[in-house]
Design a protein around this ligand. Structure first.
Ligand SMILES: Cc1cc2nc3c(=O)[nH]c(=O)nc-3n(C[C@H](O)[C@H](O)[C@H](O)COP(=O)(O)OP(=O)(O)OC[C@H]3O[C@@H](n4cnc5c(N)ncnc54)[C@H](O)[C@@H]3O)c2cc1C
Length: 454
């Protein structure tokens, strides 16, 4: 193999995988995108009814934008927030259908395993000089080789379970078909399933909040609907987010709407509930929380407890991941919710995302492992830098030209002060400020950036 890779296999045709392919094309590399679904954006299509909290200006990768513009793209209003469906229809599908990327995408092609040609994981000498072998299923089992691999396969299809210890609750696997994982279209496509029912939602991230807001709105039309928010922690306020301080207004609004619903009693809150068992009682589901006296009965259950990366296909590769977050070790401290909940992560690229296996990278949603705060814009910067590095342009790979919007919420965990604070690093003088951004905001007369010391 040359020292400069030529063919790049990209696992996943979501926003970040397609951005990787567009950058590769621009750099004279040969991308081949393998997408498990029948069309690109297969994961985004599962949440097509959800309005995104970031506007178009943050959702379009620059290299993809250039390809689309050359194809006569009628670009959307940068200030509008698309739904997932609009992101597919106006951006991802045209990339597949109308640009030179078309010749580089294989759909209905699920990658099952990646290794090196003729080398298992144990064998070292000469390893770097052979290409990767990528196994995938497209009807039958197939194989291809590539000089580099970028895994942009997301984590949407490997949701976390209801069980509070990270394992499925006892009985959960047997009742999987009775549980909705992710984000149902509560008021339209899946309306009949939830209208007039007692619905429990487990989780406290953006997806859980989005589900709960939709259920309360469904209840306005269908008054027999009962909404129960089941959270593992003891402080519901942590889920309200940065509200007005969030630079992504739609995300701030989500938190404030939810806060109003909780405070006005529009939904029932069951806090400090750590699901251990799920059983069936007649047609209903009974959730056990560790003791026979702690239980919740629901007709329907939505589990929105986040996602985890599927590491199975990477078993024969030499990868290095943080033991808790399951993100590359250099990235993990920036996004570890044990240290802070700051959604604003400094841009990073090839250097931070490198693995012991040369020319292999995990990017996009999957690169965040189990951490919840990924933004598409971060993924676009990741692949710009990685592709530059693969093409041998180290200066461009090291350069960072991205400024990310602040979340306005960054609660510090117990060890955060040792690790240097969150938004913009530690506060310099004000002991009451949780980070530099908070200190600055307070000094300029506002209430602060919205972060809270925990
Ligand atoms: C409801 C929701 C709303 C969001 N809103 C925003 C927002 O407003 N702004 C923002 O910046 N971010 C948002 N995000 C976060 C994130 O940017 C998106 O999840 C985004 O889709 C991640 O892009 P990705 O390309 O990394 O992964 P995905 O979009 O998940 O794409 C991965 C692709 O890989 C495919 N795949 C999976 N496994 C395999 C395999 N083994 N072989 C081949 N293909 C495979 C999947 O089918 C999928 O098409 C949101 C996320 C969710 C869930």
């Amino acid at each position: 193999m040359n020292s400069r890779p030529k063919t790049v296999a990209i696992v996943g045709g979501g926003p970040v995988g397609l951005a990787a392919a567009a950058h590769a094309l621009e750099r004279g590399l040969i991308p081949i995108v393998l997408e498990a679904g029948p069309e690109v954006g297969h994961a985004v299509r599962q949440w097509e009814h959800v309005r995104m909290f970031s506007p178009w200006e943050y959702n379009v990768d620059k290299a993809c934008g250039r390809l689309l513009n050359e194809a006569g793209w009628n670009s959307p209003d940068p200030k509008q927030n698309p739904t997932g469906g609009e992101l597919v229809e106006r951006y991802l599908a045209p990339l597949q259908q109308r640009t030179p990327l078309a010749a580089h995408i294989k759909t209905s092609s699920r990658v099952t395993a990646i290794s090196r040609v003729g080398f298992d994981k144990m064998k070292t000498t000469g390893r770097e000089s052979v290409p990767f072998e990528i196994r995938y299923r497209n009807g039958a089992e197939r194989t291809l080789t590539a000089d580099a691999v970028i895994d942009a396969s997301g984590s949407w299809f490997s949701p976390n379970p209801a069980g509070a210890n990270g394992l499925p609750a006892i009985g959960e696997r047997d009742l999987e078909d009775r549980i909705f994982y992710g984000m149902p279209d509560v008021r339209r496509r899946h309306r009949n399933r939830f209208a007039g029912k007692t619905v429990g939602v487990i989780g406290s991230g953006h997806s859980a909040i989005g589900n709960l807001i939709e259920l309360v709105r469904l209840r306005d039309d269908e008054p027999d609907t009962r909404v129960i928010w089941i959270l593992r922690g003891d402080n519901p306020e942590k889920a309200f987010g940065g509200s007005a301080n969030d630079k992504l207004a739609a995300r701030g609004e989500l938190g404030s709407t939810f806060e109003n619903y909780v405070k006005s009693g529009s939904l029932e809150v069951v806090s400090s509930f750590k699901t251990t068992h799920i059983g069936r009682v007649g047609g209903r589901l009974r959730l056990g929380g560790g003791s026979e006296y702690t239980q919740v009965l629901v007709d329907e259950l939505i589990v929105s407890t986040g996602f985890r990366p599927d590491l199975g296909p990477l078993r024969e590769l030499r990868i290095s991941l943080d033991e808790a977050v399951e993100a590359p070790p250099a990235l993990a401290p920036l996004i570890d919710p044990n240290l802070h909940s700051c959604g604003t992560v400094r841009p990073h690229g090839a250097r931070e995302l490198a693995h012991p296996e040369p020319n292999f990278y995990i990017v996009g949603m999957k690169s965040y492992g189990r951490a919840p705060t990924f933004l598409m814009l971060t993924g676009y910067e990741q692949v710009r830098s990685i592709v530059a590095s693969l093409a041998g342009d180290i200066a461009a790979a090291e350069r960072v030209g991205l400024v990310l919007p602040e979340t306005g919420v960054c609660s510090l965990g117990p060890t955060a002060s040792e690790s240097g604070g969150c938004c913009g690093g530690p506060a310099k003088a004000d002991d009451n400020a949780c980070c530099a951004a908070d200190e600055l905001a307070k000094a300029s007369g506002s209430d602060g950036c919205g972060c809270a010391k925990t």
